[in-house]
Design a protein around this ligand. Sequence first.
Ligand code: GRF
Length: 217
Amino acid sequence: MTKKRVGILISGRGSNMAALIEACRAPDYPAEIVVVISNSPDAAGLETARAEGILAVAIDHKAYPTRGDFEAVMHRALVNAGVELICNAGFMRLLTTDFVEVWRNRQLNIHPSLLPAFRGLHTHERALEAGVRITGCTVHFVRFEMDEGPIVAQAAVPVLPDDTAETLGQRVLATEHKLYPHALRLIASGEAWADGDAVRFRSPEGKSGALFSAASP
Ligand code: GRF
């Protein structure tokens, strides 16, 4: 099996990155992580990746006069590593249309809500304020608008009566760690792909497997 070569973009802790690295250890997993890039040199995830023997580089956006200059360096690092698919995992920089277009349908993101609800930051606080009974997380292809793009997979997480943003956030994060490897498998294996504004699935099983709840094993 040829594995898809994946680059991960991070800005901080990197727990989703770690979940993807872990998933890629399985011999039958259809992807391998070939590089991790952080725009923040202090990102804890860089050390985690290096400890796993993965090439991990900091490309400090502050060192470049424009967003485009920063992205050009990042793009070159991805191409040099032979990256075919990018996974954004807590990557906190907005991307230009140029970068988004070059990697169109080859870049995924994870967001801690059931999109299109609660785009942007402070998702769990806003979910609690809105009184939703179910929230969750979403893996989607990246488009120019923030937290928008064809949805690959979603997982539902119930909001419990005494939840705080912190307790809810912890449960959603634990679910993200299952969802992202699952979504990457769908894309890297060719089971699912972006087609315009939609994601198509090769089989009905693939499609039904792209929604699961936190209660699932
Ligand atoms: C996650 O909640 C992810 O959904 C959001 O940023 C957070 C990153 O956490 N985009 P980590 O760095 O993966 O631990």
